[in-house]
Write a protein that binds this ligand. Sequence first.
Ligand code: GLA
Length: 386
Amino acid sequence: MLEAMREKFESLFDVKPEVSAFAPGRINLIGEHTDYNGGYVFPAAIELGTYGLAVKREDKLVRLYSNNFETVGMISFDLEHLDFHKEHDWANYPKGVIKYLVEAFSEINQGFDILVEGNIPNGASLSSSASIELLTGWLVKQLFNLNLERLELIKIGQRTENQFMGVNSGIMDQFIIGMGKAEHAILLDTATLDYEYVPAKFGDYVISIMNTNKRRSLTESKYNERRSECESALSSLQQKLNIESLGELTMEQFEKHQMLIKDDVKRKRAKHAVSENERTKLAYQALSVNDFEKFGHLLNDSHASLKDDYEVTGIELDTLAETAQQVEGVLGARMTGAGFAGCAIALVHKNQIQALEDEVSNKYIEKIGYEPSFYHVGISDGVKII
Ligand code: GLA
C-alpha cells in the first residue's frame, strides 16, 4: 500500500513525502459505554488502520487528500483558519487535531500536505475517526519535531470529537489507538487513566470480527442521548450517595439505591453502566487465568445488557451476535463499539471459523437481506512511524 501511496503523493503534490505513519483501528473486547461513566474498558488495537504521508510547505496552506474519499477531492485551508466546515467532510477530523496542536505548539508555523489511506471499513465502529486523528497528530509531530507525548495527543483526539465534531465520546478509542501494543489488550480505568497491558491470547480460540454492513444513521445523536441519560441518573443517585461516577458503584450498591432514579429508562441505562463495569473486571480476571469459557459468557451477558438495558444494538447486531452465540465452538459474542450499526465480535475455536461465517451469513441474509463481512486480523501496536 505504501509504495502506491508514495507515487500518488508525488503526483498530487509534486514533491516526495518527508514522513510517514500508521494508526490502527480498534475493537473493544468488553466494557461498552463505560468510558464516559468512569468505568473500565478492555480494548485492543487491530491491524486494520490508516496510513499517512506528509511534507512541509513554505506557505501557511494545509492540503489534505484521502484515497478513500476521492470524490471529495483535495481539501485545502489556511493554518490561521481552523474552524469546522461541513463541506470539508472527513477532513474535519484531521483539521480539529491540527487546530488544537497549533494552539499548543508555536513551532507549527508552516503549512503541510498530507495523503491518507485506510483499510478500516467506514462506519464499522472500528474507530476509523480516532485512527485518522491520531495519525494526523503523529505526522505533524514528526514534521515539526514536537515534544508531543502520546497521552497529550490522545486528549487532543478526544477533544476533537467532543468540541470540534460535537460527539461527547469518552477516551477509549483515542487511548487504545495511541497506546496499543501488538498481541495485547489494555485494561483501562477511565476514572484515573491507570492501565495495564494484558496478553490477548485465547488458546485455541480467536476473535472474529463480524460487520453488519449497515449504513450508520443518527449514531451521534443517540450516543449523546445515552450519555446524558447516564449523567441524569448519576445526579439522582448523588442525592444520597457520595459518588462522582457510576463506575464507582458495585451492582449491590446500585440495586440498593436504584429507586432514587425515578425514570425507568434512565435507571436501565445506569444499570447497564454499572453491570458492564463489573463484567469488565470479571473478564479481565477470567482472561488472566485462561478461563475462556467464563470470558465468553461475559461477552454474551454484555450483549444482552446492551440490547435490553442500554438499547444500542438493533436487529442487525442482534442477529450477528445471537446467531454466533449458538454456533458450535463459539464461546461468546457481542457488539463492539458505540452500537446501532457497525461490528460484533465472536470468540471462536480456530477450527470453527468457517462454520461461524457460514451459519452467521445464512441467518443474516435470511433475516436482513444482505451479506455481513468477516475479518480476522491480528492485534497491533498503537500509532507509529513507519
Ligand atoms: C464510541 C466512543 C467511545 C465509547 C464507545 C462505547 O466508540 O468513541 O468513547 O464510548 O463508543 O463503548
